[in-house]
Design a protein around this ligand. Structure first.
Ligand code: ADP
Ligand code: MG
Length: 262
C-alpha cells in the first residue's frame, strides 16, 4: 500500500467553552491516515466523533494539539476536504446538476467543462437520467449518491463522512456502501467514516478507531484483515473473519459501556 500520509492528528484535544463552563470533549487523539485508507470512527454517542470531524474539516479549532492534511496545518475549511453529512442538504429548487455544481460554485471552480464532468460523474454513480430532475423526484439512496457526487466533484484528497448511510434501508445502504467503497478505491481517495453501525464498519474499513467517552479518547484501533477489505462490503459480511472482527469491536464497546455503569 502507498504509505503517503494524508492526515495526521497529534495530541488533538478540544475543550468546548460556553456559559455553562468548560467541557473537555476530546482528549489527546493521535492518528495517522495513509493515502487510500478507509477509516471508521465508532463509539458511544457523545464520545466526540463529530467534534473530531469538525476539527479535521477546519470548522472548529483544536484547543491543543496539531492537525495536518497532506502535510499542511489545517486552520480553516480546506478545498482538500470533502464533507458529507447524514442529511443530504440538497436544495429542492435546484436540479441535480445544479446541486452538484454547488460544490464547485462554493470554491469558484466552475468552468465551461463543468456540466460535462458532472454528468459523467452522475453516470458513474448510477444516476444516468437524474441530471435535470429535482431532489423530490429521487429516492433517499439516490439523493445520497447526489450528495456523494457533490462531495467528489471538487476532487478532495480526504472525504469526511458523518453517518451518510444511517437513514437508509438496509438493502439500499449496503448497495451504497459498495458503491462508495469501489468509487473511492478507483479514485484512490482516502476517507473517514463516522458510523454507529459496527457491521458496516467491519464490512467497509481498513481500520476502525474505537472511541471511549468522558472525555473522548481512542480505546483501540482494530485493523481489518486485507481479505475482508478486498472482498467489498457485501461479500465481506459472508467472510469467516468477519464475525471475529465484529466480536472484537463489540467486546471493546461493551467494556466501555460497563465502565460507564460504574
Ligand atoms: P458524537 O458525535 O460522538 O456523538 P460530539 O462530538 O457531538 O459526539 O460531542 C462530544 C462531546 O462534546 C459531548 O459531550 C457533547 O455534549 C459535547 N459538545 C458537542 N458540541 C458541543 C458544543 N457546541 N458546546 C458544548 N459541548 C458540546
Ligand atoms: Mg455526532
Amino acid at each position: 500500500m502507498n504509505r503517503e500520509k494524508v492526515l495526521e492528528l497529534k495530541e488533538l484535544t478540544h475543550i468546548y467553552v460556553n456559559a455553562a463552563g468548560a467541557h473537555l470533549a476530546v482528549n489527546h487523539i493521535n492518528l495517522t491516515v495513509n493515502k487510500g485508507e478507509f477509516i471508521s470512527l465508532v463509539g458511544p454517542s457523545g464520545c466526540g466523533k463529530t467534534t473530531i470531524l469538525n476539527m479535521i474539516a477546519g470548522l472548529i479549532s483544536p484547543t491543543y494539539g496539531e492537525l495536518s492534511v497532506m502535510g499542511e496545518a489545517i486552520t480553516s475549511p480546506s478545498s482538500r476536504l470533502g464533507y458529507m453529512q447524514q442529511q443530504d442538504y440538497l436544495y429542492p429548487w435546484r436540479t441535480i446538476l445544479q446541486n452538484v455544481k454547488l460544490g464547485l460554485e462554493i470554491r469558484k471552480e466552475v468552468t465551461d467543462d463543468s456540466d460535462r464532468k458532472i454528468i459523467a460523474l452522475l453516470d458513474e454513480l448510477g444516476l444516468e437520467n437524474a441530471a435535470h430532475k429535482y431532489p423530490h423526484q429521487l429516492s433517499g439512496g439516490m439523493r445520497q449518491r447526489v450528495a456523494l457526487a457533490r462531495t467528489l466533484i471538487t476532487d478532495p484528497d480526504l472525504l469526511l463522512l458523518d453517518e451518510p448511510f444511517s437513514a437508509l434501508d438496509l438493502h439500499i445502504k449496503m448497495q451504497l456502501e459498495e458503491l462508495v467503497q469501489s468509487t473511492l478505491d478507483r479514485l484512490g481517495k482516502t476517507a473517514i467514516l463516522v458510523t454507529h453501525d459496527l457491521a458496516e464498519a467491519v464490512a467497509i474499513s481498513d481500520r476502525i478507531v474505537v472511541l471511549g467517552r468522558n472525555p473522548g479518547h481512542i480505546r483501540k484501533i482494530v485493523t481489518i484483515p486485507r481479505e475482508l477489505r478486498a472482498a467489498g462490503p457485501i461479500e465481506a459480511r459472508k467472510h469467516p473473519e468477519y464475525q471475529r472482527c465484529f466480536d472484537e469491536l463489540w467486546h471493546e464497546l461493551d467494556e466501555e459501556m460497563e465502565k460507564e455503569g460504574e
